[in-house]
Ligand binder design. Sequence first.
Ligand SMILES: *[C@@H]1O[C@H](CO)[C@@H](O)[C@H](O)[C@H]1NC(C)=O
Ligand SMILES: *[C@@H]1O[C@H](CO)[C@@H](O)[C@H](O)[C@H]1NC(C)=O
Ligand SMILES: *[C@@H]1O[C@H](CO)[C@@H](O)[C@H](O)[C@H]1NC(C)=O
Ligand SMILES: *[C@@H]1O[C@H](CO)[C@@H](O)[C@H](O)[C@H]1NC(C)=O
Length: 820
Amino acid sequence: MLTIALLIYIILLVSFQQISFASNTISISTTHSLKDGDTIVSSGGIFEMGFFSPTGSQNRYVGIWYKQMQPIPTVVWVANRDTPLTNTSSGVLKIINPGRLALVDGSNTSNIIWCTNTSRSVENPVAKLLDSGNLVVIDANDDNPESFMWQSFDHPTDTHLPGMKLGQNFATGLRITISAWKMENDPATGEYKGSLDNTGYPQIILRKGSKKTYRSGPWNGLQWIGLEKWGLYAEISVVINSSEVTTGCMGLNSSKLIRLVLTSSGIVQLHIGADETGKWNSFPAAPVDGCDKYGLCGAYGSCDNNKNPICGCVDKFSPRYPVAWESSDFSGGCVRRTPLKNCQNGSSSSSDGFKKYPGIKLPDTEFSTVNTSMNLQECRQVCLKNCSCMAYSSLDISNGENGCLLWFGDLIDITVLPQKGQDLYIRMAPSDSDYPSSSKGNKTKTKKLTTSVLVGILVLSLTLTLSIILYRRRRKEIHLKLEWEQEQTLFEISTIIRATHNFSLNNKIGEGGYGPVYKGVLDDGKEIAVKRLSKTSKQGLGEFKNEVNSIARLQHRNLVKLLGWCIQGDDKMLIYEYMPNKSLDSYIFDNRRSALLDWPKRFNIINGIARGLMYLHQDSRLKIIHRDLKTSNILLDIDMNPKISDFGLARSIELNEIGANTNRVAGTLGYMSPEYAGHGIFSIKSDVFSFGVLVLEIVSGKRNRGFSHHQDHYENLLGHAWKFYRDGRSIELVEDHLAEPQDLPQLLRSIQVGLLCVQHCPEDRPNMSSIVHMLTNDVQLPIPKEPGFFTEKRVIESNSSDKEKSCSINEVTISVLYPR
Ligand SMILES: *[C@@H]1O[C@H](CO)[C@@H](O)[C@H](O)[C@H]1NC(C)=O
Ligand SMILES: *[C@@H]1O[C@H](CO)[C@@H](O)[C@H](O)[C@H]1NC(C)=O
Ligand SMILES: *[C@@H]1O[C@H](CO)[C@@H](O)[C@H](O)[C@H]1NC(C)=O
Ligand SMILES: *[C@@H]1O[C@H](CO)[C@@H](O)[C@H](O)[C@H]1NC(C)=O
């Protein structure tokens, strides 16, 4: 037995020797070249270099592989990856003057297939394979063994080995990246690239073409967040200074081999050589999970692998496009719930604050700057003073918190990592920011305290003085918000043209009763809606200004805010705040989207509209009748709060025309009260009627106009609702998905309030303040009478002759506020 084993051993030894003898070249020089079939072995016997063909391919390449890992070589580097030899066995690797390593055609040595580049010309150039796997060209007459004229480590293919660097040397201009093979058996340059990006603070980036697919966190002094596994098996080195930005690794245990490979499918695989039998332990290092997909959740989105869906918004932010978001399209990202106030660059008194988000894989640092000597307090101050600075964090957490990292522009690619993540401080409006008392030492604390007390006193006394002045001026209006005085703005036409791309069709978001509406983005990024009033309005300039001014003074959380106006010749425009969620009709009448509004949201919407209308009718200075209340005039903000739009316009824009032609009625069929549609008589009670229609539409998910029921199809929604109510079957009106048992009392109450609002006679209808009260309190409700416009047929009848069902017109006319 023993002799057999010995024999095998000797045979193995001899065959090994033979191989070595067959490829006895240890270097390539001006006198020795490497032919196909020969190999060069590194001094320690770890790596081997020669010609090879990938499995299933006829192409010949010059490459480097692990010598022990046979029979299938594990190739770590390929010289001529993009210029393979197609007719086998004809390649020769040789040194050509003045010290370049070249792969030439064996039959025609002047045909250079691939060659290295060098700026130096030396007498005795030699190419050697080092035990690290690095192929180097040196000057054999040079005593300095580190003085390479060229090295393959500067030009890696898809594999990163210990000793290699990734990054950039600013002195030489050399930029080292790795790029995947095109396919598993094709070493040609593939689509995926890995690099150490130093556009901002350095981070490791994978790209497919030019598109980022993966990003490590920035180096935090300890590790590349996301690539911890690499750090587990290798000692990571990072150099970040003015002459070089690089990273690399040294194997922790030299008896263990380690390599990182960027595969042709864009995954970085970490391979650990467990032993010398040719077996690798391999596992993916990045990207490994859903959140590793670059920018998956968009700007200010926050990815959490433990959540479903994995995308959310960072706290105090909401999805920019909620509908898309619900259907898992997170690319639109998130927007602030409270927009930042105008910030003045360089001013230390910016009212903005910061909110701390702990446990975060810091966002993309492409647009970032650093200062290694600042502490977190100084960092905060610097960020505060620059209005484009959106966040800051400490730079190095290896020894406390040191340095300062500042982000400019939107924050992208944030992942929640409770264990490994860092603290990120995001710029916030004062109401959303917190004030971590991280100031060290009592001195600063007391100083801060006194300052804030002083500021408090100042603000208080100022407010008081202001209040007194205002109180004297307008005793009755003291309850109104103080803001309005300064808010209305005259916009330059050039600003509006820029913001809306010259009213481009792409920016058009709707066609309201008074003209088209365009979305615009102001230079500071603020989104606006521009309503371009139809040119038929004959109102004069001064009159228009006065009207708009008074509309702008109406401020309520359930009214769309008018930001200003713009006049250019005949063109009059109103500038509103932009509502990302469009209007109510785009939800409740849409099969798919209606599911996004559950009953609590709908009830909140009903209440909001009621409050907004109550404000218009009785709380505001102007006492406005809307006259065109309908679902498409109810806009929804980020949190699905309703905002009434187009209020006040009936008076300022349409009324002149009505004055000339009493037959013309502003309003929308289906929402108009009988007395308004029939006689042009409008009052706050005609708004109440429209509100009732709205409520019934919100509950049923069906339009009043166009409503059809297969049994008696000429009845409208109101008639239908009333019949159900009369028969005690109101629940049948409710849209299916809303009928949760716990919501039923509120639903039935809302239906009854809706029916009270649409009663035929105006004097029977409650006013808005009673409606607000009835909706939210458990009070006994009156029994509604038959609604106006029971059927479409009767609309026509009541238009021509209303004798059959008359109400006291007197009472109506009393409440007409703007009779002409
Ligand atoms: C060789 O280097 C020079 C200067 O560094 C550069 O301009 C040239 O493109 C390089 N050639 C190759 C084949 O890399
Ligand atoms: C290196 O690896 C060997 C073999 O796996 C092991 O015995 C040794 O403890 C390791 N040394 C270090 C420093 O990890
Ligand atoms: C704010 O920071 C950006 C990015 O560093 C810089 O370009 C800009 O000049 C700064 N603004 C001010 C007012 O310092
Ligand atoms: C970093 O901050 C320190 C202290 O505020 C300052 O003196 C230094 O100039 C800053 N360095 C850079 C590069 O901005």
